[in-house]
Design a protein around this ligand. Structure first.
Ligand SMILES: *Cc1c(COP(=O)(O)O)cnc(C)c1O
Length: 424
């Protein structure tokens, strides 16, 4: 099946007389004929469901669809993108370990790594995603367990060189984890470029309609945990909390990572998505490829409009030929990147605020990456306590406007921007 077909068909095959849409199995628990039957599930000897904190059939159907889209071997849904990145990292790196992360990543993930996971005893080194080979090499330590980056960084829109970082990670016997939220599998499949584990905030384009917060983790199934057994004892030695199972032996390359993540982390942290939310997510994914085409073509037209407008100072969009990441984006995302653009209007912070006040179609919202066009001016909202100097140091220009181009008619979006620019 091609991608567009998988969006509709993958993950669920109704049998004779069954519902065409995935059923919402809104049940916390599942019934068995004998205690022995249930015991086998607890021992991971048989597959099946017993409690929805760990696994639920509706959620698994949607995870299977995302797995097929990313070209993975196993996948799971979690309750948010934050939970996805936390689980993906914590599954293989904990107290006393070290990870390397791109420095330009989503602010929430930066905090997770830099504050909360440090408190848990995890050491992290942030590297510029465009650093030299020597700098990248120098970031590795004997206790490094993973490398992390975002396909297209939110909000910096830097395109991550997946192949390069995968090679460096593998040379040190550790996997590469890539957050593919902005590109989505419609535009980029990191596993094809050597990435080992993919994560998503499904809250963004996968849902695509501002309906439900969620996350997903997908295993590419190629990383050989046993070949680096000393680095990953959680996967390669018996789990006493699961009757002495060794995940990498019992579930192999394709299944060990997600089985451990479900059996241990979901069991203990319980960041479980609801079956109802999974149903909404599935509905969004059905139109993913069609929507992404429109997001990208709309954003391209909007970026080109902004670039030639006399009141616009600068435009950052990887689809513009002058952009620093244009060539890299063409390599990894030949069909388009995403619908998010950042730009500055002449007159700085004051002008940005005045401009946004005039917008009628583009709504002011902290959200990005869904059907509705929306804008955010970080300097007057999320980062408003900072001075201009502090903003520049944090990589957020005082005049930066983040525009998430939706799937409305592009002429309406451009007319809205034009009238707001005329008013300042
Ligand atoms: C939004 C976002 C997250 C966090 O996801 P939530 O669903 O809000 O928890 C993680 N990574 C990226 C790239 C995001 O855009």
């Amino acid at each position: 099946m091609k991608l567009e077909t998988k969006c509709i068909q993958a993950g669920y095959e109704p049998k004779n007389g069954e519902s065409r849409m995935i059923p919402i199995i809104q049940s916390t628990t599942f019934k068995y004929d004998t205690s022995e039957d249930m015991g086998k599930l607890f021992d991971l000897e048989a597959s099946g469901y017993f409690y929805s904190r760990l696994q639920n059939p509706t959620c698994d159907m949607v995870a299977a669809k995302i797995c097929a889209l990313e070209g993975g071997t196993a996948a799971m849904l979690v309750s948010s993108g934050q939970a996805a990145n936390f689980f993906a990292i914590f599954n293989i790196a904990a107290n006393g370990d070290h990870v390397i992360s791109s420095s330009t990543i989503y602010g929430g993930t930066f905090n997770l790594l830099n504050v909360t996971m440090r408190k848990m005893g995890l050491d992290v080194t942030f590297v510029d995603p465009d650093c030299s080979d020597e700098e990248l090499e120098a970031a590795f330590k004997p206790n490094t367990k993973a490398v992390f980056g975002e396909t297209i960084a939110n909000p910096a829109l830097i395109v991550f060189d997946i192949e390069r970082f995968a090679k460096a990670a593998h040379a040190h016997g550790v996997p590469l984890i890539v957050d593919n939220t902005f590109a989505t599998p419609a535009n980029c499949r990191p596993i094809e470029w050597g990435c080992d584990i993919v994560t998503h905030s499904t809250t963004k384009y996968l849902d695509g309609h501002d309906v439900t917060v969620g996350g997903a983790i997908i295993d590419g199934g190629k990383f050989d945990w046993m070949a680096h057994a000393d680095k990953f004892p959680g996967l390669t030695t018996p789990d006493d909390s699961y009757h002495g199972i060794t995940y990498a032996e019992k579930f192999g390359l394709g299944g060990a990572f997600i089985t451990k993540c479900t059996a241990q982390l979901m069991r203990d942290f319980g960041s479980t998505p609801s079956p109802q939310s999974a149903f909404y997510l599935n509905l969004g994914i059905e139109s993913l490829c069609v929507r992404m085409e429109r997001h990208c073509s709309n954003a391209q037209a909007v970026a080109e409009f902004l670039e030639q407008h006399e009141k616009v100072d600068w435009v950052n969009f990887p689809g513009l030929p002058g952009n620093k990441y244009y060539e890299r984006a063409k390599k990894y995302m030949p069909n388009g990147t995403c619908g998010v653009i950042s730009f500055g209007v002449k007159g700085g912070r004051k002008a940005a605020e005045a401009f946004m006040k005039e917008l009628k179609i583009a709504m002011i919202a902290t959200h990005v990456a869904d059907a509705h066009t929306c804008v955010l001016h970080p300097a007057s909202s999320t980062h408003r306590q900072m001075t201009d100097e502090e903003l520049v140091a944090a990589g957020v220009a005082p005049d930066l406007i983040r525009l998430s181009v939706g799937i409305e008619n592009v002429d309406d979006i451009i007319d809205d921007l034009r009238q707001a620019l005329a008013a300042i």
